[in-house]
Design a protein. Structure first.
Length: 148
C-alpha cells in the first residue's frame, strides 16, 4: 500500500523524475515546519557526478542554511541513505530521516540512530517497486551507484 504522506509522495515524484531523465530512481525532500524547502533526486548519471545522490541533491537545492534551521528539519528519502548521505544528515544535525524503504539497500541506519537521529522506515510499496524494477533493468548502473 502506498504512503499517503505528502512529503514521501513528493520524494517519490522526485525519484520518478530522476528515472524519466535516465537516472537512478531515488528522491528526497527536506521539510521545515510542514513546508518543503528543498527537493532533489539522484543526478549522478545526468550530471556525471560522484556526489549527487538524492539527499545530497536535495540539500544542495535547499541552499546554504544556518545550523539552527537544519536542526528543525526532517529529510525524506525514498531509499535508505548511504554512508555519504547519512554523514551529511549527521553533519548538519538533521534530527529525523523518513525512509521510503530499506529492502533493496540499507545504509548505516543503526549508526545514524546511535547519533540521536530518529529513523522512520516506511517500507512503501511504490518505493520498493521503483528500486526493484530499476535494479532488474540496470544492475551495472545500480552497482556503480552503491560503490560495488
Amino acid at each position: 500500500m502506498s504512503s499517503p504522506d505528502p512529503f514521501m509522495q513528493a520524494a517519490i515524484e522526485e525519484a520518478r523524475q530522476g528515472r524519466a531523465e535516465g537516472g537512478i530512481p531515488i528522491g528526497s525532500v527536506l521539510v521545515l515546519d510542514g513546508e518543503i524547502i528543498g527537493r532533489g533526486h539522484n543526478r549522478r548519471v545526468q550530471e556525471g557526478s560522484v556526489i549527487h545522490h538524492a539527499e545530497m541533491n536535495c540539500l544542495e537545492h535547499a541552499g546554504r542554511l544556518p545550523a539552527s534551521t537544519y536542526r528543525r528539519c526532517t529529510i525524506y528519502s525514498t531509499l535508505s541513505p548511504c554512508p555519504m548521505c547519512s554523514g551529511a544528515i549527521l553533519l548538519y544535525g538533521i534530527p529525523k530521516v523518513v525512509i521510503g524503504e530499506n529492502k533493496t539497500f540499507q545504509g548505516p541506519e543503526e549508526y545514524v540512530r546511535s547519533q540521536g537521529v530518529e529513523v522512520d522506515i516506511r517500507q512503501d510499496a511504490d518505493c520498493i517497486k521503483l528500486m526493484e524494477d530499476f535494479i532488474a533493468e540496470e544492475p551495472e548502473l545500480w552497482n556503480e551507484d552503491i560503490g560495488e
